[in-house]
Design a protein around this ligand. Structure first.
Ligand code: ATP
Ligand code: MG
Ligand code: FE
Length: 333
């Protein structure tokens, strides 16, 4: 079974061909980072326009790299939410047109579900159930993946997402956009114990997150330094901030895996690419006999292959979408 998958929820235009769910034949990602960088973040109108310009070429390239034609495709999977409505609509209308013209099933996929499925591509033997932390630009969830398509949300952020916190702190430090990879890199040169930023563990046993207090603490620290006319040690601030985020994310994921007796603690979403998070989790997991899994960085951030994998398992269950499927910007898992 060959799935053509399309992803356009934010600032990556992506198309992929995936065989039997886990075998990626091509995964073309056209990033708009260079376009949005000068604005310090994603500009929705610009994103929609760029998706229109790029989408046909990205799909053509995905087909040719996979050495396939549209006639070889058995279904079209597409992200229909959550994300920017204008951006989502470009991928969705393209997918509908292709499905209609070629009389193929249309499979609407939840983007957050897609992030989790990147792990099924990376780890061919992985099967549910397992506990997964989805930490991305807009979401921070701890999910018990009970089965394909069956999710029990154990906790989520009460304010900012983890990736959002990385992006905001990077901006305050003058590092640029997107902030996660830049903080990750410069933190390697800093002292993570230099500044004791707060860690919000919330109530005993809670798997929720809160990053707004940490964000304020970092901003206040930077403001007080500049008012005293003192220079900021950017790498120390980045390292200390990152350590505070990583401590909470990793402690809560390991605790959630223990509660559910999950043999695995799985990472997904853009923040899963963070080197400190991977390192710290692997250490904590090893102590508890829990195996820590994560996808390659390219499968952590937005890509269509993960949507193709999730779409394949939906097609297997007969969960096909109607042609009137609409974009749902605030779709939940
Ligand atoms: P969502 O998936 O919630 O809709 P999104 O699609 O914009 O949001 P992703 O593409 O999954 O988010 O991830 C992008 C986020 O991941 C950005 O916030 C980025 O800063 C963060 N990120 C990427 N690499 C790293 C890294 N190495 N360390 C920390 N954060 C990272
Ligand atoms: Mg992106
Ligand atoms: Fe994403």
């Amino acid at each position: 079974t060959i799935i053509l998958a399309i992803e356009s929820s934010c600032d990556e235009t992506s198309a992929a061909l995936v065989r039997n769910g886990r075998d990626v034949l091509s995964n073309i990602i056209s990033s708009q980072i260079s376009v949005h960088k000068k604005f310090g973040g994603v500009v929705p109108e610009v994103a929609s326009r760029k998706h229109i310009e790029n989408i046909s070429g990205v799909i053509d390239t995905a087909l040719s790299e996979a050495k396939l034609k549209l006639d070889d495709v058995d279904g079209v999977a597409v992200t229909y939410g959550p994300g920017l409505v204008g951006a989502l609509l470009i991928g969705l209308t393209t997918a509908k047109a292709l499905a209609y013209a070629k009389k193929l099933p249309l499979i609407g996929v939840n983007h957050i579900e897609g992030h989790i499925y990147a792990n099924f591509i990376q780890h061919k033997e992985l099967e549910p159930s397992f506990v997964c932390l989805v930490a991305s630009g807009g979401h921070s969830h701890i999910v018990n993946v009970v089965d394909y398509g069956k999710y029990d949300i154990m906790g989520m952020t009460r304010d900012d997402a983890a990736g959002e916190a990385f992006d905001k702190i990077a901006r305050a430090l003058g590092l640029g956009y997107p902030g996660g990879p830049l903080v990750d890199k410069i933190a390697k040169e800093g002292n993570a114990q230099a500044i004791d930023f707060p860690r919000a563990y919330l109530e005993e046993g809670s798997f929720d997150f809160s990053f707004s207090g940490l964000k304020s603490a970092v901003l206040n620290y930077l403001n007080s330094l500049s008012m005293k006319g003192m220079k900021t040690n950017v790498s120390d601030v980045a390292a200390s901030f990152q350590q505070a985020v990583v401590d909470v994310l990793s402690d809560k994921l390991i605790a959630a895996a223990e509660v559910k007796n999950s043999p695995y603690a799985v990472l997904a979403g853009g923040v899963a690419a963070n080197s400190k998070l991977r390192e710290e989790l692997s250490k904590k997991g090893a102590k508890k006999g829990i195996k820590v899994l994560y996808p390659d960085p390219i499968l952590c951030t937005d890509n269509a292959a993960m949507i193709g994998c999730a779409g394949y398992y939906k097609l297997l269950r007969g969960e096909v979408s109607e042609m009137n499927l609409n974009a749902v910007p605030n779709l939940t898992l």
